[in-house]
Design a protein around this ligand. Sequence first.
Ligand SMILES: [Zn+2]
Length: 951
Amino acid sequence: MRLPRAIALALLAATLSLAQTKQAMDEEYARLVKEWTTAPEFMSPLVDHLPKAAGVPTVKDVLGYYAGAPKKLTKVADLGKYYRALAAASKRVKLLPAGSTDEGRECLVVAIADEETIRNLDTYKGYLARLADPRGLTADQAKQIVAQAKPIYLFTGGLHSSETGPPEMLMELAYRLAVDESPLYDSIRKNVIVMLSAAAEPDGRDRYVDWYYKYKLSEESENDRTPNPPYWGKYIYHDNNRDINYSQVTMSNWLKFYLEWHPPIMHDLHESEPLMYTFSGQSPQNPTLDPILYAEMPFFADFEMTKMIGYGMPGVWTHAFVDMWSPGYLGYMSSNHNGMLRMYETFGNGGANTMRRTVGGGRGSAGGDVQEALAAVAALGAAAPEGAAPGGRGGRGGRGGGAATAAPDTSAPAAAGRGGSMTTREWYRPLPPPRTLTWSMRNNTNYMETGVLSALELTASVSKTVLENFYLKSRNSIDSGSRDAPYGYVFPANQKDLTRVAFVVNVLRKQGIEVGEATGSFKLGAVTYPAGSLVLKRNQPYGRLAKILLEKQDFPTDAQTTYDDTGWTMGLMSQAKIDEINDKAVLDVAVKNIAGMYEPAGAVKGTGAVTAILHNGSNNLITLRYRLKDLAFDAIEKPVKVGDSDLPAGTLLVASSARVKAEVEKLGLQAVALGAAPDVRKHAVDLPRLAMFSTWGSTQDPGWVRCAFDKFEVNYDLIYKERIKQGNLRAAYDVIVVPSQGGRGGGAKGLIFDIDPRPGKTYAYTKDPAFPTLGAYGESQDITGGMGLAGVAELDKFVNAGGVLITLGAASYFAPETFITKTVDAAHTTAAFYAPGPIVEAEILLPEHPIFYGYGERVVPVRWAGGPLLRVPAEEARTRVLMRFPGNDSSILSGLMRGVAETRGRPAILDEPVGQGRVVIFATNPVYRWQNLGEFNMLANAILHFHDFPK
Ligand SMILES: [Zn+2]
């Protein structure tokens, strides 16, 4: 029978509308998530059901389990497998690969919107790019673009690998967004382009999941103290959220993605705080960012709280945790680029086990480790970290966020003197959580997913406001550069070392900031700059970010603390000359913008048998030495003038060759060819047999040093307690570097005893076909226990037999506290002292010491590293103290140091002969993250000239 066409269409419409209102539901899902959710108030009407859609696979269809299932965590390849299946089945989903990681895993972004939007994604991308850089747009044109554009809302999850929930939740979110036909989802798909990362730290994700399946499946409570795996990513742990200069491959991938797509909102999903903390941008706030941002953030956080408290979900709160001071967190790439930053902390169990948990403040959760961590943090003068301490270790290197072993992070606000107990009712926590509860991965998933769906509901309903604000913040940034001093920055071309200038400029370029090369010489005020000087004009979309990164940080108040560093001024950190320009004329200097990266040319002047490579402080000098390790080099010990060339102390001499010339040029170094070696005292620059020691419980700070050594091509063996305890170290090594490592209250104890042994249990980190990511970067049959006193004795023998032990930052308590050095005292700052990473003055006392080759000034900026307050007897001070802290109010160059007098006159670097060898003790940390490259040469020089220190 043929129906008349009109009737057929009407029937079809009715069927469709019926499908819309009565979409089939996945009954198994509803039953299981109800079972996995430990109390009805931990569920919401947004996630207690899951629609079915013919032909579109759920997570379970592809992986065999639903997101949030007990004892199930998904590895990166399977996350990709699910998203590929989803994208293949739905025209609303598109995959956007975003590069790969150190270990070759995929960085994947998934885009979801309605079909039309996905089909025309590049058009929408173009609109956002135009709003991100509105130069040349009239207000009317901007309005027209806003009318056509849609905001991208980008989620990142799994940046911190022990915070395991977000990558699971995001799969389910993607499915819902693709298939749910209810009005909420229609509105989101129509008005918002949702993007999400499969896993923000793919290498760490896989390693943590392997470790979880190997060791953590049996955990039932916080007392089942499994240590964390020694590594997440290749180099660092949670500092992937502090990689302010985007040194890490994966973090660079995300920044590149951000600057390609310009999401007006970016939302980083973390775990630690009970039960869900939504960031609203509390003070101290960076005053350079747009006031609009600080209005948007609480607006969103309050909406989420409003919805979730409406659903009866306890423990949703805001305020009193993270703040808006440092620009170095990953998600801040959005607020740094005129977007809007969002961040959650939900309550994670460090895996997918259902566990008894205690919330907040007391010993029940914030047990000994956390207290220890706090002590360490206080001792280090550092801000309280997210995640406090994973089991058995504390301090900066060991914090792991949300691990089941440790308690949640009540510590952070407590340490920072804000927040207090997590169970009190406060204006920012109207419905507190219970003190003890049973908590599951599904609960965590319910909270996160309900929160983000609420955020998307709001975004969909105010999408035009989000876009207008994005445009306004971008426009305001450009305007402020022509209205407010400083108007720009100049990197003078006539400074001796341009490689550190290149470091700064290339970080700025990576951040999307325009820098131009002056086409002629120009004058600003009384200063004439040569052609080729680099000019950064602030009247550009990211001009505000340039100011934030380059200015001196003036912490707004003595009364507040902050979550991470207070100072990061790039010129001071890199000891590159960068002039802040308050003369508006800088905006008119004729420049040619640098298209890619800035690569200063190296050069060899003249011809002759000997090439003298000037030590102007370039960190590339050590790279040159290692690249040409088969050649014989000398270093001159005093400055000397040859012809019209000034050769500074530390200048390297090598037989001239095409190979030498090519490397000098590639590395941006300056050299002169001479007829013969100059007549001045010199020594051979032999390369040491070099080792770096890492504990198993605190690999992150060594990881930063590994990263720097790898970038500068320094060869070394990474050694652990296993090698130390084998002994006979002097036969194998000339120099052992002990990077700053915290733990156990910040003294030597952490280095010696490291992770507490667990009675009757061992934790092997070895190659294992069943867990293929384990055993990377070193192996151990049991990561607990530390080197012990036997290890100390071996290091003592090493030094006495002629070895050089170099300790950095917090590790510098080691030699004094173990009496390897017999006259050095290492004290801690008082509880009143507070100095999260300011940049302070240090005074070089023995400028002729090889450690200071390449440093032209007597007073240099260094980052306060929270190392020991050192003291040596007066009769030794004259020859042993190489550098000291003046410790005056005027010595604080950037950021906050409360209690500067405690540092007054304290040694910053000591060179202590012990037996046949020596210990070089840095109270500073010359390799702090990838930031203070101006200090790196002190370590590089110590390595290159290890057996030529004054006796
Ligand atoms: Zn985190």
